[in-house]
Design a protein around this ligand. Structure first.
Ligand code: ATP
Ligand code: MG
Length: 417
């Protein structure tokens, strides 16, 4: 029984899981390189205001999920619940808009939300996210969605569904919100308490409600896509055509909304049936107002974030090569141990990953360890070998062993003879 435990919803990532994390991150990095995204690493802790201003007061994150506290200097700070706010804060702070160009950034790292932990929902979880900042056009929307599709495909993930919607421009949303509010007002008694409140604070969020009775009310609600102005309608149609022409499958989901108030035009979510009830692996959209609202220049932007723990559920683990230890160096007795240590490090210098049996076991014990770990080679070093300038190399598969000089052994292990 251990005295201390990691906090609920904040599990350790074990060495085995870390291998999977790294493989997924590497696949994402490969794709980001091809699309010329640069990595940004923002701090885990920021002024609370950065998140409140960007994510919005009437959201689950700000209302109840944020780890916010007052630090020793009396400053209100919070552990980042998502990545976009910090990226935009950095974009403005470093004046990256000065180059008048598009800025493409990605990030990978932990996020923190005080949610009720369940499968696929943690309090410390990890996101891989990307943002394109500096302009607003449907080609960039397509670029972002194509990138997301490519990242998932490079991880070998199949069977995901990209759901697409357009929230239109500010004007469209004002009109739509009114139409939606009027519709809901007439059916208020069928809504849950939360939705009756949200109707007044952030009516679009009602579309996102998971309560069955609300869902059935919502199914008959007016659709945002019927309230788009001519420009937004045309943009949305152009995006859909470009995605189709680019071979990207998607479905339209007119009730799709995002939790944040500043989203405009294109939004999307990626779901996967293998994930059970927490079926969203990624979500994102265009947020053309955020930069200006945070005190920066008026530039368009679009981004997405995916949940690493959920990607892990969707990845075929058989595709992920795991590191298998191959070579173990075993000393015959205490006298040979220093020499064995030198040989171990010589092999590493020759790019052979290996370990020495440091436990001081007998050769037999060393062999058992090598067998248990499925190693291919054991290097045995004793007084005799030191005297002759040789080592004994045992092939654990065939059981044969040879006395060789070190360089011949290196060649044999590397398969060079
Ligand atoms: P959900 O509806 O699942 O709560 P969300 O809308 O809060 O998701 P975003 O803030 O858009 O999610 O985050 C993007 C992605 O990050 C999600 O699609 C999901 O894969 C992942 N994610 C979000 N919250 C968690 C969490 N608590 N634990 C694990 N992954 C998460
Ligand atoms: Mg959430």
């Amino acid at each position: 029984m251990s005295k201390y435990h990691s906090l609920r919803g904040m599990p350790d990532i074990t060495p085995e899981e870390a291998g999977l994390f790294k493989w997924i991150e590497d696949r994402a990095r490969e794709t980001f390189r091809l699309f010329e995204f640069s990595e940004i690493r923002t701090p885990f802790l920021e002024e609370t205001e950065v998140f409140v201003r960007s994510i919005g007061q009437d959201t689950d994150i700000v209302e109840k999920e944020m780890y916010a506290f007052t630090d020793r200097g009396g400053k209100n700070v919070a552990l980042r619940p998502e990545g976009t706010a910090s990226v935009i804060r950095a974009y403005i702070e470093h004046n990256w808009s000065a180059n008048q160009d598009i800025t493409k950034l990605f990030y990978i790292g932990p996020m923190f939300r005080g949610e009720r932990p369940q499968k696929g929902r943690l309090r410390q979880f990890h996101q891989i996210g990307a943002e394109i900042i500096g302009a607003s056009n449907y080609h960039l929307d397509a670029e972002m969605i194509f990138n997301l599709h490519s990242v998932l495909t490079n991880m070998g993930i199949v069977g995901f569904e990209i759901q697409l919607n357009s929230l239109g421009c500010d004007n469209d949303r004002v009109n739509y919100k009114k139409a939606l509010f009027d519709f809901l007002k007439e059916r208020e008694s069928g809504l849950c308490e939360n939705c009756r409140r949200r109707m007044h604070t952030n009516v679009l969020r009602v579309l996102d409600c998971k309560v069955d009775t609300c869902k059935s009310v919502i199914s008959g609600a007016p659709r945002i896509t019927d309230h788009l102005c001519a420009d937004c309608e045309k943009d949305y149609a152009s995006l859909k055509k470009l995605l189709k022409d680019s071979g990207i499958n998607f479905s339209e989901k007119t009730t799709l909304v995002r939790g944040l108030d500043y989203y405009t035009k294109t939004i999307f979510e990626v779901v996967h049936s293998a994930l059970g009830s927490q079926d969203a692996i990624a979500a994102g959209g265009r947020y053309d107002r955020l930069c200006e609202e945070m005190g920066g220049p008026k530039v368009g932007a679009i981004g997405y974030a995916m949940g690493l723990e959920r990607l892990i559920m969707a990845v075929n683990k058989d595709n992920v090569p795991m590191h298998k230890p191959e070579v173990l160096i075993v000393a015959v007795d205490d006298m040979s141990r220093d020499h064995a240590f030198a040989v171990t490090n010589y092999l590493r210098k020759r790019e052979i990953a290996c370990d020495m049996d440091f436990s001081g076991r007998s050769v037999k014990g060393g062999m058992r360890k090598a067998n248990r770990e499925g190693r291919k080679w054991v290097v045995i070093i004793g007084e005799n070998e030191i005297k002759n300038g040789k080592i004994v190399l045992k092939d654990m598969t065939s059981g044969t062993q040879d006395e060789l000089d070190t360089d011949s052994a290196v060649k044999k292990i590397l398969g060079e003879n």
